[in-house]
Design a protein around this ligand. Structure first.
Ligand code: PGA
Length: 247
């Protein structure tokens, strides 16, 4: 496996002042991290954060991208625009976008494709709801979500990052146990291995109430290659403890 990746997902939080303070704290404490580190910030703050991050070790990420290249798509942001702002990663298919904005597997896979075409690594989110888990459909759901992305992206699939985020664990304080997460990660790894000779390059992150207390045990699992961190990425100290928990 390659280096682990810890990516913060700020969601719709922040302000010019709060971002400057948070990034100052993160940069002051990050040192020379053992893992790759990124922050996925709200679009209006990309330019500010690009400037604040400079050439330091923390990379810039966005939270969504259009599947289209340009044109009459009011409100959308293209991958080329993100690229111009130094964006290295973009989250696609986050469960909040699937749930509140009706994003389909197909749209998510086209967003991943647009990102890849512009040299941006898509962090493709998959994950089941509580109802789906309780009715024994976890594997079916995550495999279906990932299959769409594999189908549309062919051999480029080795350039993506996958994030397994059980919906019931996001922002709820309920984390999947390391064993529960590892079991799903192993399923995703097998699916990626069947699709690409270079599947060992693909990082599979865990996301869902990952914090300073549980990060170490999760990151110690064979197929957990990092984390996508929501709430705990909004405090420099908490985010840095997760970065430090990387083996
Ligand atoms: P959480 O969010 O860490 O606050 O649960 C994770 C995510 O939604 O990416």
């Amino acid at each position: 496996m390659t280096r682990k990746l810890i990516a913060g997902n700020w969601k719709m939080n922040g302000s010019l002042q709060a971002n400057a303070q948070l990034l100052q704290g993160v940069q002051a404490g990050v040192g020379a991290p053992r893992c790759d580190v990124a922050v996925c910030v709200p679009a209006p703050y990309l330019a500010q954060c690009q400037q604040l991050l400079g050439e330091g070790p923390v990379q810039l990420g966005a939270q969504d991208v259009s599947a289209h290249a340009f044109g009459a798509f009011t409100g959308e942001i293209s991958a080329a625009m993100l690229r111009e702002l130094g964006v290295r990663y973009v989250i696609v298919g986050h469960s909040e976008r699937r749930q509140y904005h009706g994003e389909t597997d197909q749209q998510v896979s086209l967003k991943a494709k647009a990102a890849l075409a512009n040299g941006i690594t898509p962090i493709v989110c998959v994950g089941e709801t509580l109802l789906e888990r309780e009715s024994g459909q976890t594997e079916l759901v995550v495999k279906r979500q990932l299959a769409a992305v594999i189908h549309d992206n062919g051999h480029c699939i080795s350039e993506i990052v996958v994030a397994y985020e059980p919906v019931w664990a996001i922002g709820t304080g309920k984390t999947a146990t390391p064993e529960q997460a590892q079991a799903v990660h192993a399923v995703l790894r097998a699916q990626l291995t069947a699709a690409s000779q270079h599947a060992d390059r693909i990082a599979i992150l865990y996301g869902g109430s990952m914090n300073a207390g549980n990060a170490k045990a999760l990151l110690a699992q064979n197929d957990i290659d990092g984390g996508l961190i929501g709430g705990a990425s909004l405090k420099a100290e908490d985010f840095l403890s997760i970065v430090a928990a990387c083996p």
